[in-house]
Design a protein around this ligand. Structure first.
Ligand SMILES: [Zn+2]
Length: 298
């Protein structure tokens, strides 16, 4: 080897980094792990004084009351694969809410000026912020947080609103799902219909929204995560107000309210927990498991 090359090889670092470790890593998954932040995440979870609409179909009111009364918190592991799933879902939500392309002029919601915090409801602002003069691009979409009257322990964030004809404003919820589920889908999932029914119902009691929302019809938009360019990655379904869903929701809300008012009241355990004689995986990982069993013995 000519002297000059030999000298270069020993003295010039590759992009300023010691070439020792990383260049020997050629497995693509391993290389991603080495150079990206692919840590799992741990989050401490506390029990809330309200029932969240997005998990209403599965929530155990007994557990939530026991958790609140005993100040239970738990560490939840969010492995990186799940973190990516959530992040992709969130990214698609943000894209649909903030990009004008797909929902177009029918999209209604809150828009917040990032420069001064000013918030207004309606279509995406096409003018400067009326308060601080920031350019129209300074506005970011903000999901509507349900604001319930005293004594209604419900929370939720509504993805968006579509004005399908003048004055007919409907709740819309976005769901990103895996490609195979999407392909097979001919009807919306019941738990999602329940969630949209809950939004349609409780938003009627929310006096912070300046417009009236259709209480009988909403929309679910499914977005496939496996888009190949051959098929449309969107499927949209009507969601009708159905007593069946509202009975489930109102039953849970009434039980929760009862338990908040009366600290001696506790609803029965979930049927699935009883059926497993409290030995299911869900029972064993339940953060109020010991309290639940102790209350049964009383
Ligand atoms: Zn502003």
């Amino acid at each position: 080897m000519p002297m000059i090359l030999r000298k270069l090889r020993t003295t010039v670092p590759v992009s300023g980094v010691q070439a020792t470790g990383i260049d020997s890593v050629t497995d693509p998954a391993m290389l991603a792990h080495r150079l990206l932040n692919l840590e799992g995440r741990q989050e401490r979870r506390f029990f809330d004084h309200r029932l969240r609409m997005s998990t209403m179909h599965a929530v155990c009111v007994r557990s939530q009351l026991l958790g609140l009364r005993n100040n239970v918190s738990s560490m939840e592991n969010l492995p990186v694969s799940l973190r990516v799933t959530f992040d992709i879902g969130n990214a698609i939500h943000l894209f649909l809410q903030n990009g004008g392309g797909y929902l177009g002029k029918n999209r209604l919601g809150w828009w917040q000026c990032l420069a001064c915090g000013h918030k207004l409801f309606g279509r995406q602002p096409a003018a400067k912020c009326s308060r601080c003069g920031a350019l129209e691009g300074a506005f970011q979409y903000a999901e509507h947080a349900l604001h319930m009257p005293e004594g209604v322990p419900v929370s939720g964030h509504i993805d968006g609103f579509l004005e399908v004809s003048p004055g007919d404003i409907r709740v819309i919820d976005f769901k990103t799902i895996n490609g195979d589920d999407f392909q097979a889908m001919t009807a919306p999932k019941p738990e999602h219909c329940l969630q949209v029914n809950g939004y349609m119902h409780y938003v009627q009691m929310d006096d912070t929204l300046p417009v009236r929302i259709n209480a009988n019809r909403g929309l679910l938009l499914y977005i496939s995560k496996k888009h190949t360019g051959r098929f449309l990655p969107f499927k949209m379904f009507h969601v009708r107000r159905e007593r069946m869903y509202l009975d489930v929701i109102e039953g849970k809300v009434a039980e929760f309210r009862h338990g908040l008012d009366d600290p001696t009241y506790l609803p029965q355990p979930l049927q699935a927990c009883e059926a497993s004689t409290f030995k299911s995986a869900a029972c064993r990982s339940c953060s109020t498991y010991a309290y639940c069993l102790a209350a049964l013995r009383q």
